[in-house]
Design a protein around this ligand. Structure first.
Ligand code: PLP
Length: 497
């Protein structure tokens, strides 16, 4: 039997390779020089506060925990001081000062909205903080018009819990795992949005951070908005870490809603804001039930207001709103280039200075993120993050944050389930404070801590901490239970951090 075989096809002749221009060799990014001489951009209250060290010395507090809560700008504190004598009830009094306070509150609302580029028809709702704002919006996401099921919301796994849990509790939330690069993550989002449309269950909303509270990184807003709007979804930005650090405009970006906090925007007086499209907010479930949110109440039926009042039941926080508006005025008057360059110089020094140390790893979400804000998270191998933070405070007077930063899914995905240490800077940060941190971590790596530390109730504390409570401040009575460190006065649910 003859077996027919086919002659092997001649091997394709490879086309001659085009003569390629030599690939440009990317110049290595210059290593950031020390920043001893970089001065704060704006004065903040308490910049020269002294704190005790375990060796008995006192040093100026280096507040490198600005991402958690930023100190008040001096201009904010000044405005609050000037407004307090005018303080009276808002929206509730016929007295002269009530009218003044109401006018101050409503003017503050306009300033806050304008600061984030509110469109003519947008609402500005004064809330307590970002968490409050996002919970409020979650209650306003429309249900599916066909099934009546809760509206669908798409979230990334890099989010702060404040931009994760409200959606999971109230809406039909899907959490997408981010990819290793910005481009891959955008592709994940686009794919999920498209799948929603194809399934006939489109997303109503995409909820995304404007800047990660773990690394300062963010996705490009223009691409996110284009993808979401292309699939019929709105976009809410968690602006907690964005608004204090970058000029942001709803009108310019097309973002539908932004949420942010006064206490992160140099105005720690208990107010935050949700700003954005009116229609959902005008018909959504009133956030709080109570006085001020209603037009008419009968025992069996209530007519709710539309507009901001619908979601602002109870006496408004006029001091908080005025303080936040004062901060907005100050930030709006700043040259954004000056603010950006200051923060960028400090951030690059932190990344390069810490990254150059043995055993120190700096955390990134993506390799290709651009323009991160001033938040740098790191670990020191061999040392628990809580110990590093306790050491920085006790031996160097430096305040940082440790833990999982209310971003458990992200820390878990990146392999930092045991937590990390976060340093963050702002307009009131001096380069010298950054240098102190780099030097202190270097000394930890080279020599180890000098004091003895132990874990008490889940928190790292100095054994027999000799540091006194602040003396002469007139607050001694209020601090009576604060034997620094171990006492429950400062113990705050370590598992959740
Ligand atoms: N979102 C981000 C990115 C944050 O960093 C934070 C706080 O750290 C929040 C939301 C929650 O902000 P707040 O505690 O002011 O509600």
């Amino acid at each position: 039997m003859t077996t027919l075989t086919t002659a092997p096809a001649p091997a394709p002749v490879a086309a001659p390779a085009p003569v390629a221009a030599p690939a440009p060799v990317a110049a290595p990014a210059p290593v950031a020089a020390p920043v001893h001489d970089v001065a704060p951009v704006l004065p903040v209250v308490g910049a020269d506060t002294l704190v005790p060290l375990v060796d008995g010395r006192q040093v100026p507090y280096a507040n490198l925990d600005v991402a958690a809560s930023a100190p008040a700008l001096e201009a904010v504190a000044d405005r609050v001081t000037r407004v307090l004598p005018l303080y009276a009830s808002v929206h509730r009094g016929a007295g002269y000062l009530s009218q003044v306070s109401t006018a101050l509150y409503e003017t503050a609302r306009r300033t806050i909205g304008a600061f984030v580029g509110a469109r003519d028809d947008d609402l500005t709702i004064v809330t307590r903080n970002t968490t409050d704002s996002l919970n409020l919006l979650a209650g306003c996401v429309p249900a599916d018009p066909v099934t009546g099921e809760p509206g669908r919301v798409l979230v990334l796994d890099i989010e702060h819990h404040a931009n994760l849990l409200p959606w999971q509790r109230v809406t039909d939330a899907t959490v997408v795992t981010g990819g290793p690069s910005v481009a891959a993550t955008l592709a994940e989002i686009e794919g999920e949005l498209a799948a929603g449309v194809a399934d006939g269950r489109p997303y109503a909303l995409l909820a995304l951070t404007g800047a990660s509270n773990v690394t300062g990184e963010a996705l490009p807003v223009a691409d996110v908005v284009a993808a979401a709007h292309g699939a019929g979804a709105r976009v809410v930005l968690d602006g907690a870490q964005l608004v204090p650090h970058r000029r942001f405009s709803l009108a310019d970006t097309g973002v539908d809603y932004v949420a942010f906090s006064g206490h992160k925007t140099y105005a720690p007086f208990g107010a935050g804001a949700l700003v954005g499209r009116r229609d959902w907010l005008d018909v959504g479930t009133p956030y709080l039930a109570g006085g001020g949110a209603v037009r008419r109440v009968r025992t069996t039926r209530t007519e709710w207001h539309e507009g901001p009042a619908r979601h602002e039941a109870g006496s408004p926080n006029v001091v908080g709103a005025v303080a936040l508006a004062a901060a907005c005025d100050e930030l709006a008057a700043l040259d954004p280039r000056v603010a950006g360059e200051h923060e960028d110089a400090l951030r690059r020094r932190l990344v390069d200075g810490l990254g150059a140390l043995d055993r120190v790893e700096v955390v990134h979400v993506w390799d290709d993120a651009v323009d991160p804000v001033g938040v740098v998270t790191f670990t020191v191998s061999g040392y628990d993050p809580g110990l590093v933070a306790a050491y920085l405070s006790a031996e160097h007077g430096i305040g940082v944050r440790d833990g999982r930063f209310c971003a458990h899914p992200l820390l878990g995905r990146l392999g930092f389930d045991a937590g990390a240490v976060r340093a963050s800077v702002g307009l009131g940060t001096a380069g010298e404070e950054v240098e102190r941190l780099v030097a202190a971590v270097r000394s930890l790596v080279d020599e180890g801590p000098q004091a003895r530390y132990d874990v008490v109730d889940g928190l790292w504390v100095v054994v027999d901490d000799p540091r006194p409570v602040p003396a002469g401040s007139g607050l001694e009575g209020l601090l009576a239970t604060a034997a620094l460190g171990a006492d429950e006065a400062f113990g705050c649910l370590p598992d959740d951090l």
